[in-house]
Design a binder for this molecule. Structure first.
Ligand SMILES: Nc1nc2c(ncn2[C@@H]2O[C@H](COP(=O)(O)OP(=O)(O)O)[C@@H](O)[C@H]2O)c(=O)[nH]1
Ligand SMILES: [Mg+2]
Length: 404
């Protein structure tokens, strides 16, 4: 694995520089703002430093790469999105920095576990020594891997996926693998597994119709309000809001209230004809967000109605679909929900209520089970603030025991 830092005026600029040099297969490991130090701080504004990794055959950095790295010119005065190559001999140090406090945190937990075990063994009778015992270092290493595995399980990553990640690691295992390298490897694999979502994108021509579906009470309407606010106030786009949730009067009123605040047009759609008409009427808008009734995925009639509505909208224009799920729902139920909605349309995921759970394993489980990317996450009831684009780096850190 190659790990390198790139600095640019913006995150995009730094990532672009990384892609240019290492190709599109790079995985973003960490993003942080860097302030120039000392005298330079007077003349240079803040920059963004992106740490990327690229997996290679054979993996562990070879001395050859160290030479190449050292030979690379680095303009220290003014690095223009420049690659600051990390020499292999101090990589341990750098990975530590890269994963912020994660490494330190894991190590302290590791030592804590060790101390507890020590107490237990002191009380236990001595075990007979076996021949060909693995070295002390190797034992420590497998304990470290075990700790990563257990941390994933504690965060409710499904055993099947946690096993896959560890098996992947074992395949690339080399003797004397440093702890940091193991950690970076697992971290990178998990980020890769999450992949990248497009989120809501602009239409080629005409409005982009964005449909939101999902079970009752997960936060569809609230999420639509957050996104609509972001697009109208933040990006100055024209957004129309429609609701097909005619099961509860209060549901339509809830979206109408948000529409009024945002000064966005609002309409209730009862039939497929209404949906087509609305798309025509708002043809000069940038986006049309459509709220739907949350109903049980077990109710076939309701699912059929939803399917008909979606068919009508698909014919009416360019569209995207999002399935809204709550991070607090049980894994088994989530599995059933994602499967039943797959019959209606292809979708990206939005996870709500991250603030109401301390374990995010379901995000990874569902991504891998449904093989669909996560676009947004919400973490509170406040409109419009409590929503963000899904950040795999942040989530993976949490899944490996880092702070939220
Ligand atoms: N804690 C928390 N509550 C949320 C979040 N998103 C929505 N809610 C709340 O969940 C409840 C149901 O939301 P609503 O948007 O009406 O859900 P819908 O039935 O799917 O449209 C409301 O009380 C929302 O304020 C979130 O990210 N965190
Ligand atoms: Mg609703």
């Amino acid at each position: 694995m190659i790990i390198k830092k790139f600095v640019g005026k913006t995150e995009e600029e730094a990532v672009e520089a990384a892609r240019k040099e290492l190709g599109s297969g790079v995985v973003i490991m960490n993003v942080k703002e860097v302030k120039p130090k000392g005298f330079a701080a007077l003349f240079r504004s803040k920059q963004t430093e992106v740490t990327v990794a690229l997996e290679e055959e054979g993996d562990i950095p070879k001395p050859v790469r160290k030479e190449t790295a050292a030979a690379e010119p680095v303009n220290r005065e003014n690095p223009p999105a420049a690659a600051v190559t990390l020499a292999a001999d101090n990589s341990q140090n750098n990975i530590e920095k890269r994963l912020d406090s994660l490494q330190t945190l894991l190590e302290s937990r590791f030592q804590q576990d060790e101390a507890e075990k020590q107490e237990q063994t002191e009380a236990a009778p001595p075990v007979e020594k076996q021949e060909e015992e693995p070295s002390e270092e190797e034992l420590e290493r497998s304990k470290f891997v075990r700790l990563l595995y257990n941390t994933m399980l504690e965060n409710e990553v499904d055993e099947k996926y946690a096993n896959q990640i560890i098996e992947d690691l074992e395949k690339n295992k080399k003797p004397n693998m440093p702890f940091d390298y193991i950690l970076a490897n697992v971290y990178q694999k998990m980020i890769l597994k999450f992949g990248k979502a497009d989120g809501i994108t602009a239409a080629g021509k005409g409005p982009k119709i964005v449909l939101f579906m999902g079970p009752t009470g997960v936060g569809k309407t609230t999420t639509i309000a957050k996104l609509a606010s972001d697009f109208t106030v933040g990006e100055k786009k024209k957004v129309a809001l429609l609701t097909a949730d005619t099961y509860r009067i209060a549901a339509a009123e809830q979206l109408r209230t948000y529409a009024n605040i945002l000064e966005a047009p609002f309409r209730v759609i009862y039939t497929e004809g209404d949906a087509k008409q609305a798309v025509q009427d708002f043809h000069n808008f940038d986006y049309i967000f459509v709220d739907t009734a949350g109903h049980s995925h077990k109710n076939e009639e309701q699912m059929e109605n939803m399917q008909k509505l979606f068919e009508a909208i698909k014919e009416a224009g360019e569209y995207q679909t999002f399935l809204v799920l709550s991070a607090t729902t049980k894994y088994r139920d989530l599995v059933r929900i994602v499967s039943s909605y797959k019959e209606i349309a292809e979708y990206q995921l939005i996870f709500t209520k991250l603030d109401e759970t301390s374990t995010l394993g379901n995000l990874l489980n569902l991504k891998l089970f449904a093989d669909v990317p996560i676009a947004y996450v919400t973490c509170g009831q406040n409109v419009p603030d409590d929503i963000e684009c899904f950040n795999p780096q942040k989530t993976v850190k949490q899944l490996l025991g880092g702070k939220a």
